[in-house]
Design a protein around this ligand. Structure first.
Ligand code: ZN
Length: 241
């Protein structure tokens, strides 16, 4: 059902990616009254759950369930309005046409003001670039007048790409630095829910401080924590400054 309030769409390859990479943007916009929709293409059950697999007697169903529960808990802390798990598998993620069209339907239904997904390249992870490819392909199909003509096409929501784990290797540059200082405690609390990836907590706190310092340097604002994004399409502002 179409919402009256503005909405944003986050397309996450694995169940935790949206927390590490976009938790600040999610919490910030949720507080501003946006409807936040998150799509997790997989649970990250094979490739991003190493700690869980070290427990004796672990199996795929238990890992998926645990990752789902963590993800739901983190989403609640961040203020996500709606989350869907496509359960397409990871390492490797594979996206059949039904899943692509399901995502197109989501674009048409929520008509996002902007979209967040992964970097276009990631030498360390093939699922991440595939997720962003699918997010962009679905966006283009949702703009096509001949696709399910009974549902109105979407406009041109800007697309912002998450910061990958090692930006230099992924040809990713921070073109947008978002001040997430006001919601930092929520982001930290949300990623502490990710018990399977405890090794990343301090790492992503450092990343947020680094981007915060750079955001302060590129503005006249006191910013402590930041989140970086690359842009896909040209920005179309009313004025330049
Ligand atoms: Zn991931």
């Amino acid at each position: 059902m179409a919402q009256e309030k503005p909405s944003m769409l986050v397309v996450s390859a694995h169940a935790a990616d949206f927390v590490w990479r976009a938790g600040g943007a999610i919490a910030l916009h949720a507080e501003k009254g946006y409807h936040v929709k998150v799509v997790c293409l997989s649970f990250g059950e094979r490739g991003e759950s190493a700690k869980m697999w070290r427990k004796p007697g672990m199996d795929m169903a238990q890992v998926k369930l645990a990752r789902r529960q963590e993800s739901l808990k983190a989403a609640e802390i961040l203020g996500v309005s709606d989350i869907e798990f496509f359960d397409l598998g990871d390492y490797p993620l594979r996206v059949p046409d039904e899943a692509l069209f399901r995502l197109v339907d989501i674009y048409r239904e929520i008509r996002p003001a902007f979209v967040l997904s992964h970097s276009k390249e990631d030498l360390y992870n093939c699922d991440h670039p595939l997720a962003t490819h699918v997010a962009q392909e679905a966006r283009i199909i949702a703009q096509a007048h001949g696709h399910t003509p009974e549902k109105p096409v979407i406009g041109a929501p800007p697309v912002f790409l998450f910061e990958p784990h090692q930006p230099e290797q992924c040809n990713w540059k921070p073109q947008v630095l978002l001040d997430i200082t006001p919601v930092w405690e929520k982001k930290r609390k949300a990623f502490e829910v990710m018990a399977a990836q405890e090794h990343l907590w301090e790492y992503y706190t450092r990343v947020a401080r680094q981007r915060g310092a750079q955001a302060a340097r590129n503005s006249e604002k006191a910013i402590t924590y930041g989140e970086g994004y690359a842009r896909v399409f040209p920005q179309v502002p009313e004025v330049l400054g």
